[in-house]
Design a protein around this ligand. Structure first.
Ligand SMILES: C=C(O[C@@H]1C=C(C(=O)O)C=C[C@H]1O)C(=O)O
Length: 356
């Protein structure tokens, strides 16, 4: 066997040497890009460029590696190259071990300064104040719908959305011991409890369910108290040394959560983009219909429509709308100009590359 392996490993060693040479050539070019940007105070992180690089490698990937695996490798290469220009600070809903942290690393790679925050409000504050260059917040879950706090804070924020991330959300039931002996309470974020409610009803109908600030916090609590079980990601379980009682307990096996990247960057078109808006209408008949008519007239597709009470004591609403395309696309620009005229409130939250 050794005789067969040796020549193959020699070939791998030779290729690794080539990869390393090419990586350092790439890194030196990124440093040069960094110098050019520094001369004009241009932003270091260019999400539209990174999205194009990642789409390009997926399109050209000859296999046998999967497109998503090749993208993960290139994501890390870009993250490391970018950090030679500047190591960006990214605030996210923590503590360490949350799905939002996972989303932040999926977007920026691991060569960043992570800034875990205790609440969604804190992520907005840190990003608005410039303590962090970017923030990552949950926006919507495929089973539970909108994350209302994020939508409310988007209304008044000075930041814009520069990217979106979509990740599969798999929950595990975990305890200190890996079994349920002596456990009297199951802790998790309210959304996670809701996403696992059918499974909990069937398997642990009598047990108390306690909503806590995050799943990661539930994992911390379970790591300190053998009477508590946590619902969280297996990643959080590993971090806090929990044993898995049962994995994949979410009621919907395709459960996903969408996250937004917020910051002070206006992202250029990447070729496959989305724009998020908040609108309100005057309180009269046919107002919503009239409001949205310019989208259809200009051939702009709406991919999401969500309403939130305006919280001013009357039955008025803010509408959160996602459309295909970028504000710099002529059809989108024209539709938005017309839309602005019909709206009682109008705010573009950002144009950004569609998640991979
Ligand atoms: C090198 C650049 O800077 C950053 C790093 C990138 C990369 O490593 O490919 C791409 C975009 C930027 O976020 C660039 O803007 O081209």
């Amino acid at each position: 066997m050794t005789d067969k392996l040796t020549p193959l490993r020699e070939q791998i060693d030779a290729i690794d040497a080539q990869i390393l040479t090419l990586l350092s050539q790439r890194a030196r070019l990124a440093q040069e890009v960094g110098h050019v940007k520094a001369e004009t105070s241009a932003p270091v992180f260019r999400p539209e460029r990174e999205a194009q690089v990642l789409r390009g490698v997926a399109d050209r990937n000859p296999g046998p590696l999967k497109a998503a695996e090749v993208q993960t490798i290139f994501r890390e290469i870009m993250s490391a190259c970018r950090s030679l220009e500047k190591r960006v600070t990214v605030a996210y809903l923590g503590p360490s071990g949350t799905f939002t942290e996972q989303a932040a690393f999926q977007q920026f790679g691991s060569a960043i300064e992570g800034l875990p925050c205790i609440s969604i409000d804190e992520v907005f504050r840190a990003t608005e104040a410039g303590t962090a260059d970017f923030g990552v917040v949950p926006v919507e879950n495929s089973s539970e719908g909108a994350v209302n706090r994020t939508l409310d804070l988007m209304l008044g924020t000075t930041t814009t959305i520069s990217g979106e991330i979509s990740i599969p959300v798999h929950h595990s039931l975990m305890t200190k011991t890996g079994n349920m002996d002596g456990v009297t309470v199951v802790c998790a974020h309210s959304q996670a409890l809701a996403q696992c409610q059918v499974w909990l009803n069937q398997n642990y109908p009598g047990i108390e369910r306690r909503a806590v600030v995050s799943n990661a916090e539930a994992a911390v609590m379970a790591s300190k108290d053998a009477t508590m079980a946590a619902i969280a990601s297996e990643m959080a379980g590993e971090q806090y040394r929990l044993g898995v009682v049962k994995g994949h307990i979410q009621d919907d096996p395709h459960n996903r959560t969408r996250f937004a990247v917020i910051g002070h960057l206006q992202t250029n078109p990447s070729g496959s983009d989305q724009t998020s808006l908040v609108l309100a209408v005057p309180n009269k008949a046919g107002a919503v219909y009239n409001l949205l008519a310019p989208l259809a007239v200009n051939g702009v597709s709406m991919t999401r429509f969500e309403s939130r009470p305006a919280r001013i004591g009357t039955w008025e609403y803010y509408f959160y709308v996602d459309i295909e395309g970028h504000v710099q696309d002529p059809a989108v620009a024209k539709a938005l100009d017309e839309l602005r005229d019909n709206a009682a409130f109008f705010k573009v939250l950002g144009s950004y590359p569609l998640s991979l």
